[in-house]
Design a protein around this ligand. Sequence first.
Ligand SMILES: Nc1ncnc2c1ncn2[C@@H]1O[C@H](COP(=O)(O)OP(=O)(O)OP(=O)(O)O)[C@@H](O)[C@H]1O
Length: 617
Amino acid sequence: MLPAAGWPLLCLLTVVDLVAGVLPVLFVLFSSWVIGRVPGAVEHGTGSPQWHSLIQAFLLASGAFLVQQVLVPLQSALGEVMKHRVDGRFHRRLISASLQSTGIGPMEDPATLDRLEEATEQLSSGWQSPGDAAAGMLRYVTRYSSLLGYTVLAGVVSSWWVTAALLGSTMLFRYGHRGGLRYWSRLWPVIGPHRRRSDYFRGLGLSAATAKELRVFGLTDWITKEFRASAVESLRPVFRARRRHNTYNFLVFAAIGLVVDSLAVAYLIRSATQGHMTLTQLALGLQTSIAAILLGTFYHEADFPTQAGMNAIPALHDFEQKVSQTKDADIPDGELATAAGLPNRDVAFEKVSFSYPGSGRPVLDGLDLTLNAGECTAIVGLNGAGKTTLVKLLTRLYEPTSGTVRIDGTDVRRYAVDAWRRQIGVIFQDFTRYELSVTDNITVGTIERPVEATAVRAAADKVGMVDTIEALPRGFDTVLNRQYEDGADLSGGQWQRIAIARALYAVDSGAKVLVLDEPTAALDVRAEAEFFDSFVELTRGLTTLLISHRFSSVRRADRIVVLEHGRVIEDGTHESLLARGGRYAELFHLQAERFAAGLDAEGNEENDETEKKETVQ
Ligand SMILES: Nc1ncnc2c1ncn2[C@@H]1O[C@H](COP(=O)(O)OP(=O)(O)OP(=O)(O)O)[C@@H](O)[C@H]1O
């Protein structure tokens, strides 16, 4: 990742880090000259050549010290720039990997999502990022160039075995510290599940979204206890490993270091007392030896960032690999570049079967279904019957395991994926609430069309939201999040209307297929009634696929299809299906009875009456 910072910055920072490592060595050298020249200067007095040479050494030492002080902030600043550049590159790679697939397969695959979570965890927790690792890596240049300088100087004034001894013992300590971190990092997968659990409980305790339930359910003490317990549980293996690993390391390495370093220093002192060294050499030998020994420590600016910050890199690689390998990651484009105006006749699912990747269970099993152009087809079925999956196949987020989807008789795979998708205005059950302006939230489904304020207003008007939007602090420009200045939030039902407006704006932009997956689940009964009152008008001329659990809305469709066990088991109009007395009739009566008994929380008089009439009919 280092070159991601750009070669000029990388070279500059390497040089700065190197100079920052050499300067303390020069300082020790010059200050040893100062010490060595003091007796001569004292003896010969001010103004003597010895005096001048002392001043010269003093100025050099001061210069080295001052430059070192100037370099420290420069080093930090350049390190920050490097961190941001490397993190920027990392983010870009992550985002492009996550958005690269035309299909939705990788983003619904648990193993791929796990790697994505691992890759983003360090970044989102603001702990140690790949950028910290990159900047930290270069700080080793500073530390190790100092170490090399000190030990070489110690060797020059004494013996090369002193160099070897100091270097060896310092590196042994370094191995102890850095190796301990590597060891700790291997524990990461073991403590991972506990840590995730404690993070989850911390998130629950700090989230505004859960604040209501936690208080009303009386969960506050429980959350605190669970957070603490899982946090302690996650640390237990670390404590155990640390005791085992560190005790051995500290005892053995400290013993070796003590013996080797004592021998080296003793050798220096003995050489001096035997008259083999000048005062300068003794000062230099002692200073460099001690400075080298002191470098056998934990490098807080480099050790931890390089270990923890790099954890995200293998996760990124795995994620990139898994995305490209996941089945249905890339839905191939066909040779037909446009599908404008389609379908004219129908959209047909022919013997379509589908199982989610990694699961052998067919969600759709030889499904035959034709959606007639210009007609509204409603799909009903129990939870998990495969209704949303059908939408995913229609929008080409997945490819059928077998069978074909045809548009006016042409295999949908012959069209470019985007060309076909532009023909569809869709509200997914779990539609996205974008932290963008109202206008952007409505137009985001047709990003290629230049924003047309009148069309945006018309879409909002169709879902009865114009008054609400105009009452917002900045009208259509209001960002739909309260955390922004003049931002605002909407209720669940209002959000759903915005999502419907988004699909209608897409229709206004030329989409001919309208897919509404539970479009009114969050609307109150009046809003739902209003929506379906204008439904015929809104969907006129469109090929509409309506998925809903509410039979009061479904019966307005031209045709109703009941899905069960991955197949169509009933198909007809509301009246014909009721007359048939099959699954649809059974579900319809069940819901109508609930309304009649006043059990359904959403029932109001208006709806009760209509439902009751239907039941009687
Ligand atoms: N990404 C996925 N990976 C694996 N299985 C999935 C995935 N999405 C859905 N399923 C499974 O496929 C089946 C059909 O799901 P689908 O969401 O299509 O049902 P549905 O009819 O829309 O249900 P509901 O009425 O609850 O919205 C379910 O058993 C569900 O658990």
